[in-house]
Design a binder for this molecule. Sequence first.
Ligand code: MF3
Ligand code: CO
Length: 253
Amino acid sequence: MMIPIKSAREISLMRRAGEITAAARALAGKMVTPGVTTREIDQAVYRFIKSKGAVPSFLHYNGYPASVCISVNDEVIHGIPGSRRLREGDIVSIDVGAYIDGFHGDCADTFPCGHVSEEAKRLIAVTRQSFYEGIAYAKPGNRLFDISHGVQTYVEKHGYSVVRDYVGHGVGANMHEAPEVPNFGPAGRGVRLIPGMTLAVEPMVNAGAHLVRRLRDGWTVVTKDGSLSAHYENTILITEGEAEILTRLPSGE
Ligand code: MF3
Ligand code: CO
């Protein structure tokens, strides 16, 4: 599959989509408090994205019924918002996409609900840092799996495992484009990275084993061993130098 290389004009449109998506993630994260329902978060994000003149990328994607994915504790990804009330001690992964002027942003983060265990805090921190360890390799001259290897090495060094069955992806005019971006793999392999590539790099990290299964709702992915899982994702741009994070607020958040 051909990897789309974005023009300067397309990149500025993706910055705009990315900023709205990052703002939606921040808004959702602030709502993660004991007693809130996941549906309330979904509805607030829907309204926010629409108020910016954008469209929630996930809504109706392959029949997906909501604007965000909210995955709690042992849920890895693709949790469907509903009547569930968040509780003190939960860890809550929120994944969101926004589409505007022909381009998507895609990002995720895992938020603690009130006070969480030290182990949960460490899992969240390692997952987030694994993204930065990976994108340290996201520059011209390197190859795609250098990113993957950077994520995997850091995660496993900390005694956690990376999910294998779901991967990151190119993102742009389509939410999922070439290439697939695994969070595991051999350094020095994969396509060469070229300025203008835009990628969703998204480590999904389990405290226990890497194996996952999908629930009967057809969407929610959970760890097979019931261990906690965290997710962190940004849309990045390959530049001549360091990768630029497109799903970022002007404040840098
Ligand atoms: N960010 C998710 C991904 O990269 C998209 C969620 S799929 C949806 O796969 F169907 F839930 F929208
Ligand atoms: Co994604």
